[in-house]
Ligand binder design. Sequence first.
Ligand code: GYE
Length: 328
Amino acid sequence: MKRCVWLSVLAMIAVGCSGGEAGKTAEGGGTTPTPETGKKLVVGFSQIGAESDWRTANTESIRSEAEKRGIDLKFADAQQKQENQIKAIKSFIAQGVDVIAFAPVVETGWEPVLREAKEAGIPVIVSDRRPDVPEDLYVTFIGSDFVKEGEMAGEWLVKKMGGTAKIAELTGTTGSAPANDRAKGFRNAIAATPGMEIVFTQTGDFTRAKGKEVMEALLKSPTGKEIKALYAHNDDMALGAIQAMEEAGLKPGEDIIIVSIDGVKAAFEAMVAGKLNCTVECNPLLGPFLFDAIEKMMKGEMLPKRTVVEDKMYDQTQAAAELPNRKY
Ligand code: GYE
């Protein structure tokens, strides 16, 4: 039965490649992969952890959407460890869930476990971050364009600084897709402006505590004294760095211009307070996208290989008006 699910999914992909119409049902006649009548759809979801406000909102969106749709969600928190995610996926395979979804903490190292899922006939949906695996190992990938986010942050900063600044960068989890892509996008955006110089780059692991710790150490060093701008790969690290700057007697948002990514409520509050200058939104509310995709797939509908979630950018001038509209 499980093998039929994958065969149908592969058939859908084949239809997609040969230019089939969107919404057309999968080939395979009687093999539409719906679970037996009366049985709840069982989805195993392997989450990265709870490192940031973004992640908390993402988890809440997935849990509440599953509940709303009457889906039996088996949720596993990997506490930032790839080995825990691999264990969780293996256990979903052993339990024979209908669908596996996961947000890969880092890009590499997923191929063997995804092959196991495929051999067991269980379709895999990727949420949030991209794994570096052949495309036939998952059905669809839903998430933001992290390179574009980095570019938006960089373009904004070039304008704000008038083309000259010594910049500190706080990067996300080493080896993760958002850390790799946000670093790349930002560099693309500043490349043509030689006055924009990254003089410091270090990971803050996407957490507030680490962002604070790294900024504290930086401000004590000679390089720290030259910094005019901070680019943080997420809001939480920027918020931690803001605390460190205040404790060092600096005025974040004035002495050091700060741009970060996610667009969480606390970032809008910091912008209203004048401590953060700009945030590039990254929508964590992926629950509806994820379960729409799963339900379509189970009906045998064709899915695109990639769904890009659109994001906007907000600076201090828009923060107060936008704050009441923020959903996370
Ligand atoms: O930006 C960060 C989180 O993968 C897009 O992970 C996500 C990132 C998000 O920890 O806050």
